[in-house]
Design a protein around this ligand. Structure first.
Ligand code: C2E
Ligand code: CA
Ligand code: CA
Ligand code: CA
Length: 272
């Protein structure tokens, strides 16, 4: 314990301290990262069991001059607590619509991740509407991915926004499905097109009977509600065959491709 002043003590954990310092450095570096164009996008394909690529998920990358490569799993949660995330998402949306001019992305759908909190504050339907109009893109070429937690935090606002987004013709996916606490009632009442099964359930399909049952049940549930199912984090052929046999509509994962920059995207078809 470290003495802070007369009679005041705080337990000093060097690990926690290190983490806090890194978090502070990341938060401080984010606004400059935008100015200095340190962000880039990578795209990971989503495909049907036939091998046809139906779309790509856009994922942010950050190569910081100061901090090196920082994972979105680390910087997105921190960006959420600052104003930077709004601007980062605006940048991302602009980049995506520019990239949609590339012949490789023509007639593909691009999935864009929005953080729950962001979904409650911003007016995404309006942002998307003006972007779609200005760039003359088909609304169904965009898909918004939002986690279940957005529903739990503020169901009414989220539901309104999702409905407005869907009314434009933009599709909606619930991301990391199965890890949050949304009720089935929510699912029934929400305007959704896709459920994305979280990769934590896909990972152990081969060894864990519980996970197999969960995955099967999610697929049946989704289909009975008229939703399509995408499995994320597919890494092995055995996982892919299990998912295909259970009627999973689309697959995404390292088995087919890691996320890659636009310039490195390959064939429109993947051998599976
Ligand atoms: P997510 O939305 O669940 O994205 C999928 C993550 O799984 C990506 O990690 C992807 O690279 C990784 N992945 C894909 N296939 C496999 C696989 O077969 N095995 C394994 N182990 N991992 C796989 P990434 O790119 O590091 O992104 C992490 C998270 O950061 C994303 O999770 C998403 O929540 C967030 N994120 C990334 N870009 C953005 C963004 O532009 N906006 C927001 N709000 N969040 C973002
Ligand atoms: Ca996602
Ligand atoms: Ca996900
Ligand atoms: Ca995830």
């Amino acid at each position: 314990a470290k003495e802070l002043g007369r009679g005041r003590f705080a337990f000093f954990d060097p690990q926690i301290n290190e983490r806090n310092q890194r978090a502070m450095r990341i938060k401080a570096a984010l606004p400059r990262a935008l100015e200095q164009r340190e962000f880039s996008l990578v795209y990971q394909p989503r495909l049907k069991p036939s091998g046809e690529i139906t779309g790509y998920e856009a994922l942010m990358r950050w190569h910081s001059s100061e901090l090196g490569t920082v994972s979105p799993a680390e910087f997105i949660p921190l960006a959420e607590t600052t104003d930077a995330l709004e601007q980062m998402t605006a940048w991302l949306l602009q980049q995506v619509v520019d990239d949609l001019n590339d012949p490789r992305l023509a007639s593909k759908q691009i999935g864009i991740n929005l953080s729950p909190r962001q979904f409650q504050s911003g007016n995404w339907a309006e942002t998307l509407r003006s972007t779609i109009e200005a760039h003359n893109i088909k609304p169904e070429q965009l898909c918004i991915e939002v986690t279940e937690n957005a529903l739990v935090e503020d169901f009414a606002t989220t539901a309104d926004q999702l409905a407005a987004v869907q009314a434009l013709g933009v599709e909606v996916a619930i991301d990391d499905f199965g890890t949050g606490y949304s009720s089935l009632e929510y699912l029934k009442r929400l305007p959704i097109d896709y459920l994305k099964i979280d990769r934590s359930f896909v990972r152990d399909i081969e060894t864990d009977a519980d996970d197999r049952v969960i995955v099967e049940t999610i697929i049946i549930l989704a289909h009975s509600l008229g939703l399509q199912v995408v499995a994320e984090g597919v890494e092995t052929r055995a996982q892919a065959s299990f998912l295909e046999a259970r009627g999973c509509d689309e697959l995404q994962g390292y088995l087919f491709s890691a996320p890659r920059p636009l310039s490195e995207l390959g064939e429109q078809q993947v051998k599976i």
